[in-house]
Design a protein around this ligand. Sequence first.
Ligand SMILES: [Cu+2]
Length: 368
Amino acid sequence: MTALLTLAVLVLVAIAIWQMTKIFELSQTKTEKAEIANDSDNKNNGYLLFVFLIFIYGITIFSFAKYGKALLPEAASEHGGEYDQLMLVSMGIIFFVQTVTQALLHYFGYKYRGQKGRKALFFADNDRLEFIWTIIPVIVLAGLILWGLYTWTNIMDVNEDDDPLVVELYAQQFNWTARYAGDDNVLGNANVRLIDINNANVLGLDESDPNAEDDILVKELHLPVGRKVNFKMRSQDVLHSAYMPHFRAQMNCVPGMITQFSFTPTVTTEEMRLNPDIVDKVKRTNAIRAENAKDPWEFDYVLLCNKICGKSHYNMQMKIIVETEEEYNKWIAEQKTFKETVMVDETAQASNTMEVADVEFNETASVE
Ligand SMILES: [Cu+2]
């Protein structure tokens, strides 16, 4: 209601100003055709076109200089280079075409400005010219699209070749859980209906499925360098998106279905920390953190949520550590399996609650 009233007030104020301007104009004695632009008006507007052109070029150069270093460092996955190449060429073409067309647009806007006595030339068509400006975009766009489709098909080909590591990324408001498939490398069945918070079965794993027994649930993702990983994404509540920018990977997590993405990490966390772009970024970030009396930050790969999924969406992230095969094997061996945590807990709990249940059952029976 307040919004409606505010809107009504704004509209009324606008009408009042418009009416007052009209009255002011009518009260002027020299009212001869003041609304029609003369040569000097047109010339001034023509010059303003150049001012605007300088402004957009200026802001482009400024953005490159100031924000260029905020871009991602080199890709840390096998397919990442291909992806970056496609992005670079597409952006290069767009940048080149826009720079040239903006200059031409503004120059012709100035050159053919309105002038007293000048008449516009009627120009019906020119087949050659039209052919040229059609065929060039057709060739360039077809090339980009074909290359894009080829790259897309390559990247999105999730298969079981090369013995991939199978990992589930489970999204919920507002955190991630990763589930490793364990020794059998097969994820056990899971369903949101099987979620049992009391028994800490937070991912709804099917306890009767033997494949689920050796699954490992963690809150920090470790990946061995050079080994292909097949990710299976699930969501518990709303749309989320698993986004791993350094690996050029993103896939939506959709409630009720399993989506997939696959990549091979090629740079370990330790190696990436030595990358000049990362060294520079860490230095800049820590300078700001020092000003605010905060502890220094150390670079880590990260899994983010890239769908605005609710209030704490911004904080929905998980650390990713890419390490050597030996380091990974050592880490995974230290983790507890689903059977060792949840299912054992449950057996213990079940025997404890058995007597209580019996008593309750008897009471109900006697009431009936
Ligand atoms: Cu989310």
